[in-house]
Design a protein around this ligand. Structure first.
Ligand SMILES: [Fe+2]
Length: 375
């Protein structure tokens, strides 16, 4: 009888770094690894020699391996030379005024102008060129895409920037045949989760700071309103919430890589893994942060104007909401359930500014309390 070797082999399960992270580190520009960026408009950037402009990557906690976020700068009177990138990209204008031109190989050029707080989508595998039209103000753009996921499945960085791969012309289509036409409202499926009445579908949103076509965000509190955004023919989505001065929203959690940028307002957010210490994030226009995967987070408006936050969502498989009948009651703290320190911190921050809370006292005692626009 053969002897059995009882010695078990040793397997090292240490995970390799993401291919994307290796590529990112090779680019030679700053990589910011933190919980938040205080102001994307003034963040120090580095020379990205390959692209010929200043840029930096944001690798915020909760974003790793899922989404790329990077900031690029176009100097006054300058341009970002045309480049072709395999993946679609959402661009938010942190600062400045300019024009983008997008085209398929040998196809007609589509140019459109944008200002501060515009948001638009650039289709994958198209050429894009950016120019600053804003006098002496440098343009700052925030770019969001899914390159980390794509590189995890196709470990060839060059593939994503290979200009010889032909453009699929069918991608240049919007709901009315024009790629960068105005967004249109589409009613939400009434059999769905029903938190919002409609979505806006489009590739160009001219001013997220002024956008006023909002609907109540039922169940998230503070009497807040929202716009949920879909890009035609894309799996990417986003939303922007607006909530009144001197109020705060309910603490909640979900999947990773919801990249949040502030178009307007003054406030703070707290983020924490269940039962652990809280991270405090002050914010104002131009701040950027990402609640880490499954961390609770909560947004507070301590200014005298409505606060706005624009959240770029991860791909649907990362949202934590796959499936029709998920019980999400464990993923949100109602006001009457939250730790007293939440309310105390909010009131203390208001007091520093000589302001007082507008939160109704009943929301802390009545489990069924509804704000006026939630009824
Ligand atoms: Fe959230």
């Amino acid at each position: 009888m053969a002897q059995t070797d009882t010695k078990k082999p040793v397997v090292n399960y240490v995970r390799r770094p993401f291919f994307y992270d290796q590529w990112m580190e090779e680019q030679g520009i700053p990589i910011y690894r933190d919980y938040f960026i205080e102001d994307g408009r003034t963040l120090e950037l580095g020379d990205w020699d390959e692209r010929g402009h200043k840029a930096a990557f944001l690798q915020l906690a909760g974003q790793e391996g899922v989404s790329e976020a990077r900031i690029s700068e176009i100097p006054a009177g300058g341009k970002i030379a045309p480049y072709k990138f395999a993946l679609e990209e959402i661009v938010y204008v942190l600062q400045g005024r300019g024009v983008a031109t997008v085209w398929a190989d040998n196809g007609p050029k589509h140019s459109f102008e944008w200002n501060d707080h515009a948001m638009f989508r650039v289709p994958g595998n198209h050429w894009v060129e950016y120019a600053n039209m804003g006098g002496d103000v440098p343009v700052r753009l925030l770019h969001i895409n899914n390159l980390p996921v794509a590189m995890s499945t196709l470990q060839s960085p060059d593939h994503f920037f290979d200009t010889s791969i032909p453009t699929k012309k069918s991608l240049i289509t919007g709901p009315d045949g024009e790629f960068f036409s105005d967004a249109q409202a589409v009613d939400n499926d009434p059999s769905g989760r029903g938190q919002v009445a409609n979505y806006w579908v489009g590739n160009f949103f001219p001013d997220m700071r002024a956008w006023d076509r909002l609907v109540p965000f039922k169940g998230r509190g503070a009497g807040g309103t929202t716009v949920f955004i879909q890009y035609p023919g894309s799996e990417l989505t986003a939303h922007m919430s607006v909530f009144p001065a001197k109020t705060y929203k309910k603490g909640h959690r979900h999947g990773p890589a919801y990249i949040i940028v502030i178009p307007a307002g003054e406030g703070f957010s707290v983020m924490w893994p269940e039962g652990q210490e809280k991270v405090f994030i002050p914010w104002h226009e131009g701040s950027i942060f990402v609640p880490p995967n499954r961390w609770f987070h909560q947004h507070f408006n301590v200014g005298e104007q409505p606060g706005r936050y624009l959240a770029f969502h991860p791909l649907p498989q990362f949202t934590g909401f796959m499936g029709e009948k998920i019980d999400r009651s464990a993923d949100q703290y109602e006001y009457h359930q939250e730790a007293p320190e939440i309310r105390e911190r909010f009131e203390a921050e208001l007091a520093k500014r000589n302001l007082t809370s507008l939160m109704p006292a009943e929301c802390y005692t009545d489990a069924n309390y509804k704000f006026e626009n939630e009824k």
